[in-house]
Design a binder for this molecule. Structure first.
Ligand code: HEC
Length: 155
């Protein structure tokens, strides 16, 4: 009975810890002095979700030509086999207008977290149904993905 009680406490603390992290965003003022109390939460289960890109991770300004050029170089090597820069599908959808159809964070997650997207996102799943091929993870870094996004904005 004692152990059960303790287990309940630590689960509750773990949930508190996760909630505290999740809601933070970029709030400039510090938390009200509760940090350091909770034991380390087991975050293994949410690892893939934690790597997902959110709107707060992306800032879009005027198109950065150097970045777009780097993105195009990545496209030439790693994406061109399956994606055109026009409207037509090759293996995957054509990229023309993709930044108008999709949110930037959605695009970034298709580039960086395709497996999670195909498991959980209805729009990604609809594309899979239309294309009949699972896009393989291309192993891009976050910076490389951001450069490809910049290139997409020029299309
Ligand atoms: C082997 C073929 C293949 C390669 C290589 C590939 N993709 Fe894809 N991609 C697909 C397919 C197929 C889809 C549709 C979703 C699915 O079926 O998995 C897709 C979907 C996408 C989408 C969503 C587009 C939309 O209009 O909804 C983006 C963004 C994307 N890929 C980015 C990339 C990037 C960036 C690269 C290169 C770094 C890349 N892909 C390389 C096959 C590929």
């Amino acid at each position: 009975m004692n152990t059960k009680y303790l287990l309940g406490i630590s689960v509750a603390l773990a949930i508190c810890a996760m909630t505290a992290c999740g809601g933070g965003g970029e709030a400039p003022s510090g938390p009200p002095g509760t940090s350091g109390q909770a034991p380390a939460a087991d975050v293994g289960a949410v690892k893939s979700a934690a790597n997902m890109i959110t709107a707060a991770d992306i800032t879009l300004g005027d198109i950065d030509k150097d970045m777009a050029a780097k993105g195009q170089a990545t496209y030439d090597v790693k994406c061109q086999a399956c994606h055109s820069t026009g409207p037509n599908r090759v293996v995957g959808p054509g990229w023309k207008g993709v930044t108008e159809r999709r949110k930037p964070e959605w695009i970034m997650n298709m580039m960086l977290n395709i497996d999670v997207m195909l498991e959980t996102d209805p729009d990604a799943q609809a594309q899979l149904e239309a294309c009949l091929v699972r896009m393989p993870n291309q192993g891009l870094s976050k910076d490389e993905g951001r450069e490809v996004l910049e290139f997409m904005r020029t299309l």
